[in-house]
Write a protein that binds this ligand. Sequence first.
Ligand code: NAD
Length: 259
Amino acid sequence: MLKGKTAVVTGSTSGIGLGIAEALAAEGADIVINSFTDRAEDHAIAERLAAEHGVTARYVAADMSRQEDCRRLIETAAEIGPVQVLVNNAGVQHVARVEDFPAEKWYAIIAINLSSAFFTIAAAVPAMRQAGWGRIVNIASAHGLTASPYKSAYVSAKHGVLGLTKTVALELAEAGVTCNAICPAYVKTPLVEGQIADQMKAHAMDRETVIREVMLERQPTKEFVKVSDVAAMTLFLCSDAAAQITGVPISIDGGWTAM
Ligand code: NAD
Protein backbone atom coordinates (compact mmCIF):
# COMPACT_ATOMS: atom_id res chain seq x y z
CA MET A 1 0.00 0.00 0.00
CA LEU A 2 2.82 2.44 0.83
CA LYS A 3 5.58 1.20 -1.48
CA GLY A 4 7.80 4.05 -2.64
CA LYS A 5 6.57 6.41 0.07
CA THR A 6 8.82 7.69 2.85
CA ALA A 7 7.41 7.66 6.38
CA VAL A 8 8.76 9.28 9.54
CA VAL A 9 7.67 8.19 13.03
CA THR A 10 8.99 10.32 15.89
CA GLY A 11 9.89 8.57 19.15
CA SER A 12 9.86 5.14 17.54
CA THR A 13 12.50 3.03 19.27
CA SER A 14 9.94 1.54 21.66
CA GLY A 15 6.26 1.17 22.45
CA ILE A 16 3.59 2.59 20.17
CA GLY A 17 6.00 4.35 17.82
CA LEU A 18 7.95 1.17 17.13
CA GLY A 19 4.73 -0.76 16.51
CA ILE A 20 3.59 1.90 14.01
CA ALA A 21 6.99 1.93 12.28
CA GLU A 22 6.86 -1.88 11.94
CA ALA A 23 3.35 -1.72 10.46
CA LEU A 24 4.29 1.00 7.95
CA ALA A 25 7.41 -0.92 6.87
CA ALA A 26 5.32 -4.09 6.49
CA GLU A 27 3.14 -2.12 4.03
CA GLY A 28 6.24 -1.25 2.01
CA ALA A 29 7.00 2.27 3.26
CA ASP A 30 10.61 3.38 3.49
CA ILE A 31 10.89 4.26 7.13
CA VAL A 32 12.76 6.66 9.38
CA ILE A 33 12.71 5.84 13.05
CA ASN A 34 13.79 8.31 15.71
CA SER A 35 14.68 8.95 19.30
CA PHE A 36 17.26 11.18 20.93
CA THR A 37 19.48 8.40 22.29
CA ASP A 38 21.66 7.37 19.29
CA ARG A 39 22.60 3.92 20.69
CA ALA A 40 23.82 0.95 18.66
CA GLU A 41 20.52 -0.82 19.36
CA ASP A 42 18.58 2.11 17.88
CA HIS A 43 20.43 1.71 14.57
CA ALA A 44 19.95 -2.07 14.84
CA ILE A 45 16.14 -1.58 14.82
CA ALA A 46 16.39 0.18 11.45
CA GLU A 47 18.65 -2.57 10.10
CA ARG A 48 16.14 -5.21 11.24
CA LEU A 49 13.18 -3.41 9.63
CA ALA A 50 15.10 -3.09 6.35
CA ALA A 51 16.04 -6.78 6.35
CA GLU A 52 12.59 -8.04 7.35
CA HIS A 53 10.52 -5.90 5.00
CA GLY A 54 12.84 -5.17 2.08
CA VAL A 55 12.52 -1.40 2.53
CA THR A 56 14.98 1.40 3.13
CA ALA A 57 15.08 2.06 6.87
CA ARG A 58 17.17 4.53 8.78
CA TYR A 59 17.49 5.63 12.39
CA VAL A 60 17.93 9.39 12.85
CA ALA A 61 18.87 10.71 16.28
CA ALA A 62 17.01 13.97 16.89
CA ASP A 63 15.74 15.52 20.10
CA MET A 64 12.08 16.41 19.66
CA SER A 65 12.36 19.03 22.39
CA ARG A 66 14.52 21.08 19.98
CA GLN A 67 13.07 23.05 17.08
CA GLU A 68 16.14 22.66 14.86
CA ASP A 69 16.25 18.88 15.44
CA CYS A 70 12.61 18.56 14.33
CA ARG A 71 13.43 20.27 11.02
CA ARG A 72 16.65 18.27 10.59
CA LEU A 73 14.74 15.01 11.11
CA ILE A 74 12.43 15.78 8.18
CA GLU A 75 15.30 17.06 5.99
CA THR A 76 17.40 13.95 6.69
CA ALA A 77 14.45 11.66 5.97
CA ALA A 78 13.92 13.47 2.64
CA GLU A 79 17.32 12.13 1.52
CA ILE A 80 15.47 8.80 1.10
CA GLY A 81 12.48 10.45 -0.58
CA PRO A 82 10.03 13.29 0.13
CA VAL A 83 8.23 12.59 3.41
CA GLN A 84 4.62 11.64 2.63
CA VAL A 85 3.65 9.96 5.90
CA LEU A 86 4.41 11.72 9.18
CA VAL A 87 3.48 10.19 12.53
CA ASN A 88 4.07 12.46 15.52
CA ASN A 89 4.38 10.02 18.39
CA ALA A 90 7.20 11.17 20.68
CA GLY A 91 5.85 11.91 24.12
CA VAL A 92 6.79 12.11 27.78
CA GLN A 93 4.82 12.37 30.99
CA HIS A 94 5.29 13.86 34.47
CA VAL A 95 2.80 13.71 37.32
CA ALA A 96 2.61 16.38 40.05
CA ARG A 97 0.14 18.75 41.67
CA VAL A 98 -0.22 21.94 39.63
CA GLU A 99 1.30 24.07 42.39
CA ASP A 100 4.30 21.74 42.61
CA PHE A 101 4.73 21.09 38.88
CA PRO A 102 8.39 21.85 37.99
CA ALA A 103 8.65 24.55 35.30
CA GLU A 104 11.30 22.59 33.38
CA LYS A 105 8.96 19.58 33.22
CA TRP A 106 6.13 21.80 31.94
CA TYR A 107 8.32 23.21 29.17
CA ALA A 108 9.74 19.78 28.24
CA ILE A 109 6.29 18.17 27.98
CA ILE A 110 4.88 21.02 25.89
CA ALA A 111 7.97 20.93 23.64
CA ILE A 112 8.11 17.15 23.08
CA ASN A 113 4.36 16.36 23.02
CA LEU A 114 3.07 19.46 21.19
CA SER A 115 5.65 21.84 19.69
CA SER A 116 7.58 19.02 17.98
CA ALA A 117 4.45 18.14 16.00
CA PHE A 118 4.13 21.78 14.88
CA PHE A 119 7.76 21.91 13.74
CA THR A 120 7.81 18.52 11.94
CA ILE A 121 4.51 19.31 10.21
CA ALA A 122 5.78 22.72 9.11
CA ALA A 123 8.90 21.08 7.67
CA ALA A 124 7.06 18.21 5.95
CA VAL A 125 4.05 20.00 4.45
CA PRO A 126 5.71 21.66 1.39
CA ALA A 127 6.69 18.26 -0.09
CA MET A 128 3.26 16.80 0.70
CA ARG A 129 1.59 19.73 -1.09
CA GLN A 130 3.89 19.24 -4.06
CA ALA A 131 3.12 15.51 -4.22
CA GLY A 132 -0.63 16.17 -3.83
CA TRP A 133 -0.75 13.37 -1.27
CA GLY A 134 0.16 13.14 2.38
CA ARG A 135 -0.88 11.62 5.66
CA ILE A 136 -0.20 13.21 9.05
CA VAL A 137 -1.15 11.19 12.13
CA ASN A 138 -0.65 12.72 15.55
CA ILE A 139 -0.65 10.33 18.50
CA ALA A 140 -2.61 12.28 21.11
CA SER A 141 -4.35 10.50 24.00
CA ALA A 142 -7.67 10.10 25.79
CA HIS A 143 -6.11 12.99 27.71
CA GLY A 144 -6.53 15.10 24.57
CA LEU A 145 -10.28 14.94 25.21
CA THR A 146 -10.55 14.54 28.98
CA ALA A 147 -8.43 15.42 32.00
CA SER A 148 -7.02 13.68 35.05
CA PRO A 149 -5.59 15.37 38.11
CA TYR A 150 -1.82 15.90 38.39
CA LYS A 151 -1.24 15.79 34.62
CA SER A 152 -1.58 19.51 33.83
CA ALA A 153 1.22 19.67 31.26
CA TYR A 154 0.38 16.39 29.51
CA VAL A 155 -3.36 17.15 29.32
CA SER A 156 -2.64 20.68 28.05
CA ALA A 157 -0.20 19.40 25.42
CA LYS A 158 -2.54 16.66 24.19
CA HIS A 159 -5.52 19.07 23.98
CA GLY A 160 -3.18 21.35 22.01
CA VAL A 161 -2.34 18.50 19.62
CA LEU A 162 -6.04 18.23 18.75
CA GLY A 163 -6.21 21.98 18.00
CA LEU A 164 -3.14 21.69 15.78
CA THR A 165 -4.63 18.64 14.04
CA LYS A 166 -7.85 20.46 13.16
CA THR A 167 -6.06 23.59 11.95
CA VAL A 168 -3.60 21.68 9.73
CA ALA A 169 -6.45 19.58 8.33
CA LEU A 170 -8.31 22.72 7.23
CA GLU A 171 -5.20 24.32 5.72
CA LEU A 172 -4.45 21.19 3.67
CA ALA A 173 -8.01 20.10 2.89
CA GLU A 174 -7.70 20.69 -0.86
CA ALA A 175 -4.11 19.46 -1.11
CA GLY A 176 -4.76 15.72 -0.85
CA VAL A 177 -3.24 15.73 2.63
CA THR A 178 -5.12 14.54 5.71
CA CYS A 179 -4.23 15.28 9.32
CA ASN A 180 -5.82 13.28 12.13
CA ALA A 181 -5.18 12.39 15.75
CA ILE A 182 -5.44 9.02 17.49
CA CYS A 183 -6.51 9.17 21.11
CA PRO A 184 -5.65 5.94 22.91
CA ALA A 185 -6.37 5.18 26.54
CA TYR A 186 -3.81 3.02 28.39
CA VAL A 187 -1.74 0.99 25.96
CA LYS A 188 0.37 -1.90 27.21
CA THR A 189 3.87 -0.54 26.48
CA PRO A 190 7.14 -0.82 28.46
CA LEU A 191 6.26 2.61 29.89
CA VAL A 192 2.94 1.34 31.27
CA GLU A 193 4.50 -1.92 32.53
CA GLY A 194 6.74 0.27 34.71
CA GLN A 195 3.70 2.19 35.98
CA ILE A 196 1.97 -1.08 36.97
CA ALA A 197 4.99 -2.03 39.08
CA ASP A 198 5.08 1.44 40.70
CA GLN A 199 1.36 1.34 41.51
CA MET A 200 1.66 -2.15 43.02
CA LYS A 201 4.19 -0.72 45.46
CA ALA A 202 2.31 2.53 46.09
CA HIS A 203 -1.04 0.83 46.79
CA ALA A 204 0.33 -2.43 48.23
CA MET A 205 -1.89 -4.32 45.78
CA ASP A 206 -1.29 -7.35 43.59
CA ARG A 207 -0.84 -6.96 39.85
CA GLU A 208 -4.38 -7.95 38.81
CA THR A 209 -6.00 -5.57 41.34
CA VAL A 210 -3.78 -2.67 40.29
CA ILE A 211 -4.57 -3.27 36.62
CA ARG A 212 -8.35 -3.49 37.16
CA GLU A 213 -8.94 -0.93 39.91
CA VAL A 214 -6.19 1.63 39.35
CA MET A 215 -4.87 1.54 35.79
CA LEU A 216 -8.11 0.55 34.02
CA GLU A 217 -10.49 2.29 36.40
CA ARG A 218 -11.69 4.59 33.59
CA GLN A 219 -11.54 2.00 30.78
CA PRO A 220 -14.99 0.34 30.77
CA THR A 221 -13.80 -2.71 28.80
CA LYS A 222 -11.21 -3.33 31.55
CA GLU A 223 -8.68 -4.19 28.86
CA PHE A 224 -5.55 -2.40 27.75
CA VAL A 225 -5.40 -1.05 24.21
CA LYS A 226 -2.81 -2.96 22.20
CA VAL A 227 0.07 -1.34 20.30
CA SER A 228 -1.19 -3.25 17.25
CA ASP A 229 -4.62 -1.53 17.59
CA VAL A 230 -2.98 1.90 17.26
CA ALA A 231 -0.75 0.70 14.42
CA ALA A 232 -3.75 -0.71 12.52
CA MET A 233 -5.65 2.59 12.85
CA THR A 234 -2.60 4.47 11.59
CA LEU A 235 -2.47 2.21 8.52
CA PHE A 236 -6.17 2.75 7.90
CA LEU A 237 -5.69 6.53 8.06
CA CYS A 238 -2.93 6.14 5.46
CA SER A 239 -5.23 4.23 3.10
CA ASP A 240 -7.28 5.67 0.22
CA ALA A 241 -10.45 4.67 2.10
CA ALA A 242 -9.57 7.33 4.70
CA ALA A 243 -9.11 10.17 2.19
CA GLN A 244 -12.21 11.97 3.50
CA ILE A 245 -11.31 11.57 7.16
CA THR A 246 -9.44 14.66 8.26
CA GLY A 247 -9.22 16.91 11.29
CA VAL A 248 -10.65 14.39 13.74
CA PRO A 249 -9.62 12.77 17.00
CA ILE A 250 -10.14 9.00 16.76
CA SER A 251 -10.58 7.38 20.15
CA ILE A 252 -9.28 3.89 20.88
CA ASP A 253 -10.14 3.87 24.54
CA GLY A 254 -12.39 0.95 25.50
CA GLY A 255 -15.24 3.39 26.18
CA TRP A 256 -13.34 5.89 28.38
CA THR A 257 -14.72 9.00 26.64
CA ALA A 258 -18.25 7.56 26.45
CA MET A 259 -18.60 8.00 30.20
P1 NAD B 1 7.47 5.07 25.18
O1 NAD B 1 8.15 5.71 26.33
O2 NAD B 1 7.48 3.55 25.07
O3 NAD B 1 8.05 5.64 23.83
C1 NAD B 1 8.30 7.01 23.70
C2 NAD B 1 9.28 7.20 22.59
O4 NAD B 1 9.56 8.59 22.50
C3 NAD B 1 10.61 6.48 22.82
O5 NAD B 1 11.10 5.97 21.58
C4 NAD B 1 11.51 7.61 23.31
O6 NAD B 1 12.88 7.39 23.02
C5 NAD B 1 10.96 8.76 22.52
N1 NAD B 1 11.29 10.07 23.06
C6 NAD B 1 11.12 10.54 24.32
N2 NAD B 1 11.61 11.79 24.41
C7 NAD B 1 12.09 12.12 23.18
C8 NAD B 1 12.72 13.25 22.63
N3 NAD B 1 12.99 14.33 23.37
N4 NAD B 1 13.09 13.22 21.33
C9 NAD B 1 12.86 12.14 20.56
N5 NAD B 1 12.25 11.02 21.02
C10 NAD B 1 11.87 11.02 22.31
O7 NAD B 1 5.97 5.63 25.17
P2 NAD B 1 4.62 5.10 24.54
O8 NAD B 1 3.78 4.60 25.65
O9 NAD B 1 4.85 4.23 23.35
O10 NAD B 1 3.97 6.49 24.05
C11 NAD B 1 4.07 6.96 22.72
C12 NAD B 1 3.06 8.08 22.50
O11 NAD B 1 1.75 7.59 22.77
C13 NAD B 1 3.25 9.29 23.41
O12 NAD B 1 2.99 10.47 22.71
C14 NAD B 1 2.22 9.07 24.51
O13 NAD B 1 1.82 10.27 25.10
C15 NAD B 1 1.10 8.43 23.70
N6 NAD B 1 0.16 7.65 24.50
C16 NAD B 1 0.59 6.57 25.23
C17 NAD B 1 -0.33 5.85 25.98
C18 NAD B 1 0.06 4.65 26.79
O14 NAD B 1 -0.74 4.19 27.61
N7 NAD B 1 1.25 4.09 26.62
C19 NAD B 1 -1.69 6.24 25.98
C20 NAD B 1 -2.07 7.34 25.24
C21 NAD B 1 -1.15 8.04 24.49
